[in-house]
Design a protein around this ligand. Structure first.
Ligand SMILES: N[C@@H](CCC(=O)N[C@@H](CS)C(=O)NCC(=O)O)C(=O)O
Length: 103
């Protein structure tokens, strides 16, 4: 099974101002196979991504191991481009960069 990119339903802009597209583009350019998992637009409805990554923002990469990788999208794209994405699979989960919503 390839890695999974959890992202917004729509990447309207397909530009670097869109955090999800920034990471998806880096995966494409690095020719890394992935499945897209489209999540809800509302932060409050993102219980699956909260369970996976401890926070509610996209994008999140889920490895085959079930581990999740979430950082600022620019950092994620740099990690992918540097060929270091799979090093994140072995790391313990980082503290959430953004406070999750209650509930
Ligand atoms: N600064 C963050 C921004 C992440 C971000 O804005 N993610 C969007 C999806 S592309 C999101 O989850 N938005 C939820 C919202 O605005 O309610 C990053 O670059 O990773």
């Amino acid at each position: 099974m390839p890695i999974r990119l959890h992202r917004c339903k729509h990447t309207w802009l397909k530009s670097n101002v869109d955090a999800c597209w920034r990471v998806q583009k880096a995966l494409n350019e690095a020719e890394i196979a992935y499945e897209v998992v489209k999540g809800p637009g509302s932060l409050r409805k993102r219980s699956e991504v909260l369970r996976l990554s401890g926070q509610r923002w996209f994008p999140v990469i889920e490895f085959e191991s079930g581990a999740a990788y979430r950082a600022e999208s620019k950092e994620m794209a740099e990690t992918i481009r540097a060929g270091k994405l799979f090093e994140e699979d072995a790391k313990p989960a980082a503290a959430s960069p953004i406070e999750p919503l209650a509930g």
